[in-house]
Ligand binder design. Sequence first.
Ligand code: IMP
Ligand code: MG
Length: 176
Amino acid sequence: MEHKIRVLISEEDVNKKINEVAARISKDYEGKEVHLICILKGGVFFTCELAKRLTIPVSLDFMSVSSYGAGTQSSGVVKIIKDLDEPLEGKHVLIVEDIIDSGRTLAYLIEILAKRGPKDIRLCTLLDKPERRVKKQVKVDYTCFTIPDEFVVGYGLDYDQKYRNLPYIGVVEHNS
Ligand code: IMP
Ligand code: MG
C-alpha cells in the first residue's frame, strides 16, 4: 500500500526525553544494579540509548516475543521466539519496550517473568498508547511519550519490518 511517513516526535525531542527518563531511573535505582530486559526487535534502539545514559550498574538480556502478524492489528497471541539467557533470581528487572498498545504482550511477559524469582519488575516504554489498552492491569513505571491511537514507526518500531532505523518517531499515512 502506498504511504508516507509524517514526523510525530523529532530525534532531538526523543533524545531529550531519554536523558530525562534515564536520570530518573538512575536516581530510583541508586545503590542497586538494574537488569534490563530488551524486548526484541522493537525495543533494541531504545534499550541501547537508555542503557548508555544510566549511571548505575547495568546488565542486559534479550527476549523476543511476537504478538503481531504482518499487519497493524494485535492478534492477542503472544509467542516466545527467544527466551532470556540469564536467570532472574534476585535481580531488579526493568523491562524495556518500544510501545505499549493493547498491553497483551506485557501482561503475558510479566506473568511468566514474575515466576522466575526477581526481586522486583518494573516497566519502561518509549511510547504508550493508553487509548488502546485491553489489559488494564499493566502498570507502566517509566513512559517517555504518551501518543494518540496512530500507527507509528521509527526508533525500533516497524511497519512490515521496515523503518526501524528511522532516528525519529513517525506516523504511517496511507494515500487514499
Ligand atoms: P501490545 O501487546 O498490543 O501492547 O503490542 C505491543 C507490540 O505491538 C509492540 O511491542 C510493537 O511491536 C507492536 N505495536 C503496537 N503498536 C505499534 C505501532 O504503532 N507501530 C509499530 N508497532 C506497534
Ligand atoms: Mg515490540
